[in-house]
Design a protein around this ligand. Structure first.
Ligand SMILES: Nc1ncnc2c1ncn2[C@@H]1O[C@H](COP(=O)(O)OP(=O)(O)OP(=O)(O)O)[C@@H](O)[C@H]1O
Length: 617
C-alpha cells in the first residue's frame, strides 16, 4: 500500500489541487443542537514531520477554510479500470487546530478555564488521544507545564492546598510514576470512593515542585517500540491534581490524561501475542471511555431537561468496566453529582500513509460529541433565562450587573442562560471579580437577581396559558402547587412588619442568646436561619426540640409567665449545603425560637436542579 501511495504521490497532489470544494455537509449542530461548553471535543492536526517529508508521503488532512471545525481527509484508491481516484470524507468537531496552532494557543482557548474551575471546586478533565506518533504526548506535556504555571502563579483568590498524583495504567495494572513505577491498586472503598492504594500523593507548593514531579513521571513512563513512534507510550498516563480549600474542606480536581495510542491494524499485524493483547486492552478501555463520556453528558442533559424524568430512560455509564474509567469515577459516577468540564483533544497525523487511523480518530471524536438542545429554537422569553442564547445573556449581564457592569465576555464567553445558571457559585464569583472595580456585594446581589428571575421564569414556563377569564382561579391554584419560594403569595405583604404576619413556611434569620451555647446546634456563628412550622403552643407537652427544651412550655407551671412573654414558634433549622450559598431545610431538626430572637424575614428559593435552597433578595 505504502508503495502504491509513494508511486502516485505526484498524481495525488495534482488531484487534490484540482478538487472542487465538496458540498458542505449539513451541520449536525444546525439540526440537533449547539456544542456543549462542558464537553468540548477538539482535534489538532500536527505538521508533517521531517521524516514524513523524507519518506515522500504528502499531506492528506485538510482543515476547511470555509467552514469552522470541519476537516477533510482525501484518500487515494487504486481503481481497477483506470487511474487511481480520490475518495474524501469529512468530520465535524467543536474546535479544530491546524498545524500552525501552538500549544500555548490551544491552552488559552481550551484549557485555561479548567484551572479556575477546579480551583473553585469543579472537576476539570483533559484527554489527548489518537494514533501513536500523532502528537498526544507533545501536546499534553506542554499543557501540563502551562497548567502548573497558572496554578502556582498566585493569581487565584483564596488559599488552597495542591496535591499531585501521577500514575499510569497498562491494561488492568496500575503504577505510581512518581515512585519508581511501583505497582499500586485501584480499589473502591466501603463508601464507594476509588482509592489509588499505594500511590504517593505529593503536596506541592510551587511551580518547580510540580515540574520536577512531571519530569520524574515522564522518565518512568513505560515505553515499548512501535513501528510509528520509537518512544511510543503503551499506557494511559494520568496526572491528578487535587485542589483542597482548607477553609471549607471542599476540593476540586484536575485530571490531565495522555491516553495510550490506539494502533492501526497494519501495525498490530507485526506484533507478538503480548503486544496484541495489550493493544486489545487499550482499545477496549478507549471504547468504555467513550461510552462513559457520552453517558455522563446524556445524563447531565436529562437531569437538566424539563418534563417527567421518571419516564425517560437513564443512560448507562459503565465506569466500572475498565481501570481507566474506575480511576475517573469522580467524573463519571452520576451519584457524585459533581460539576464537570471535559476537554478532549484528538491528535491527527496528517500523512497520506496514515489516513485510516486518522479517520478512526476523527470518527471517535464525533462519537464523543453530544450536543445540547439549542436554546435559540426554544421560544426566547426575556423573563425565562433558560431560553436565552449567549447573545441575549450577554446583553442581560451588561444591563443588570450593576456599576461597573460585569464584563459579559469574561463571565459568559460561550454559555447560554441555562449553562450560566449551572456554574458553581465560586466560579461565578471568580469570573465576575475579573472585571475591575466589581465588588463582592455587587456580585452577590447580581447573582441573586439572576436566580430570582430564573425561579420566576420556571413558574412562567410551568403555568399553562389561560385563554378564558374563568381560568383565573385554577391558574392561581397552580401557582400555589408549583411554589418553590418562601415568599408570601400576597405581594402587598411586605408592607406589614414581618413579626405581625408570621405564618408557617416563612423563613427568618435569628440570633441565639449567648447563654444558650452556640455550639449546641453546630451552626456557623455568622448565620442562623430557620423556617417557621407552627406556634410552640400547638405542640404536645412531651415534645422536645433539638436542644432538649420542652416545646410547649405553656403546659407547665410557668403558664402565666409565658403568656406575658413574646410568642414562641417551633421552627425547622436551615443549614448550609455542600456548595457555597446553598442551604438545606432540616425538617427534623426543630427548635423553639422566641419572636424576640427573630431578626428579619429572608426569602428562600428552591432549585429543583441542585435540590438546594438559595437566599434571594
Ligand atoms: N504540533 C507539533 N509540532 C511539531 N512536532 C510535533 C507536533 N506534534 C507532535 N510532534 C512530534 O511528533 C512526534 C510524535 O509525537 P508524540 O510522541 O507526542 O506522539 P504520541 O501521540 O504521544 O505517540 P505515542 O502514543 O506513541 O506516545 C514527536 O517527535 C513530536 O515532537
Amino acid at each position: 500500500m505504502d508503495r502504491f501511495l509513494l508511486e502516485n504521490a505526484a498524481l495525488y497532489r495534482k488531484l487534490v489541487q484540482g478538487l472542487k470544494p465538496t458540498p458542505l455537509p449539513q451541520s449536525e449542530d444546525a439540526i440537533n443542537g449547539a456544542p456543549n461548553p462542558d464537553m468540548v471535543v477538539s482535534a489538532r492536526v500536527r505538521p508533517l514531520l521531517d521524516e514524513d517529508v523524507i519518506a515522500g508521503f504528502p499531506r492528506a488532512v485538510f482543515p476547511r477554510s470555509t467552514q469552522t471545525a470541519v476537516v477533510d481527509i482525501h484518500d487515494l484508491y487504486n481503481h481497477p479500470r483506470g487511474r487511481p481516484i480520490i475518495k474524501s470524507s469529512n468530520y465535524q468537531v467543536d474546535r479544530l487546530f491546524d498545524s500552525k496552532t501552538t500549544t500555548e494557543e490551544i491552552y488559552e482557548d481550551l484549557v485555561a478555564d479548567l484551572v479556575p474551575f477546579a480551583w473553585n471546586g469543579g472537576i476539570g478533565t483533559l484527554f489527548t488521544y489518537g494514533q501513536t506518533g500523532s502528537g498526544k504526548t507533545f501536546t499534553v506535556s506542554r499543557l501540563e507545564q502551562l497548567v502548573a504555571e497558572s496554578l502556582m502563579d498566585g493569581s487565584f483568590e483564596g488559599q488552597r492546598q495542591v496535591h499531585m498524583t501521577i500514575i499510569d495504567l497498562a491494561g488492568n495494572s496500575a503504577y505510581d510514576l512518581t515512585n519508581s513505577r511501583k505497582p499500586i491498586s485501584v480499589l473502591e472503598d466501603a463508601f464507594g470512593v476509588t482509592q489509588l492504594a499505594g500511590a504517593l500523593e505529593h503536596l506541592v507548593e510551587d511551580r518547580d515542585e510540580v515540574m520536577n514531579l512531571i519530569e520524574r513521571a515522564t522518565s518512568f513512563r513505560r515505553t515499548a517500540p512501535t513501528l510509528k513512534n520509537d518512544a511510543s507510550s503503551r499506557s494511559h498516563a494520568i496526572c491528578r491534581i487535587r485542589i483542597k480549600d482548607p477553609s471549607t474542606d471542599s476540593e476540586g480536581l484536575l485530571y490531565l490524561i495522555d491516553l495510550a495510542g490506539s494502533e492501526a491494524a497494519r501495525d498490530i499485524a507485526k506484533h507478538g501475542a503480548d503486544r496484541m493483547r495489550e493493544t486489545r486492552e487499550i482499545n477496549m478501555s478507549l471504547s468504555v471511555l467513550k461510552d462513559c463520556i457520552r453517558g455522563k453528558v446524556e445524563w447531565d442533559l436529562l437531569t437538566q431537561s424539563k418534563g417527567p424524568k421518571s419516564k425517560q430512560k437513564k443512560p448507562h455509564i459503565p465506569f466500572r468496566q475498565a481501570a481507566l474509567t474506575k480511576v475517573l469515577k469522580h467524573v463519571f459516577d452520576p451519584s457524585t453529582n459533581r460539576r464537570c468540564k471535559t476537554v478532549v483533544i484528538a491528535c491527527i497525523n496528517p500523512s497520506l500513509a496514515d489516513t485510516g487511523p486518522s479517520r478512526n480518530t476523527l470518527r471517535y471524536a464525533e462519537l464523543l460529541r453530544v450536543t445540547v438542545p439549542r436554546t435559540d429554537t426554544l421560544e426566547p422569553n426575556p423573563l425565562v433565562p433558560t431560553t436565552w442564547t449567549n447573545g441575549q445573556l450577554r446583553d442581560w449581564i451588561t444591563k443588570n450587573s450593576g456599576t461597573p457592569p460585569v464584563s459579559p465576555a469574561i463571565l459568559a464567553p460561550r454559555e447560554s442562560g441555562a449553562q450560566l445558571l449551572r456554574l458553581p457559585p465560586a466560579e461565578f464569583e471568580s469570573r465576575c471579580l475579573k472585571t475591575p472595580g466589581v465588588s463582592i456585594e455587587q456580585i452577590k446581589a447580581f447573582r441573586s437577581k439572576l436566580w430570582q428571575l430564573h425561579i420566576d421564569g420556571q413558574r412562567i414556563a410551568n403555568t399553562p396559558v389561560s385563554n378564558t377569564e374563568e381560568s383565573a382561579e385554577p391558574s392561581t391554584l397552580l401557582r400555589v402547587e408549583n411554589r418553590s419560594s418562601s415568599r408570601d403569595l400576597d405581594p402587598t405583604a411586605s408592607e406589614v412588619p414581618f413579626k405581625q404576619r408570621i405564618r408557617p413556611g416563612m423563613a427568618v434569620s435569628w440570633h441565639q442568646p449567648p447563654e444558650s451555647g452556640d455550639s449546641a446546634l453546630g451552626m456557623p456563628d455568622s448565620l442562623q436561619l430557620a423556617v417557621i412550622l407552627c406556634p410552640a403552643q400547638a405542640g404536645q407537652a412531651c415534645i422536645k426540640d433539638v436542644l432538649g427544651s420542652v416545646v410547649n412550655s405553656s403546659s407547665s407551671e410557668d403558664t402565666q409567665n409565658d403568656k406575658e412573654c413574646d410568642p414562641r414558634y417551633l421552627c425547622a433549622l436551615v443549614t448550609p449545603g455542600s456548595t457555597a450559598e446553598a442551604y438545606e431545610v432540616n425538617l427534623w431538626r426543630q427548635i423553639v425560637i422566641d419572636v424576640e430572637m427573630m431578626e428579619k424575614e429572608v426569602f428562600l428559593e428552591y432549585d429543583a436542579g441542585t435540590r438546594y435552597y438559595y437566599i434571594s433578595v
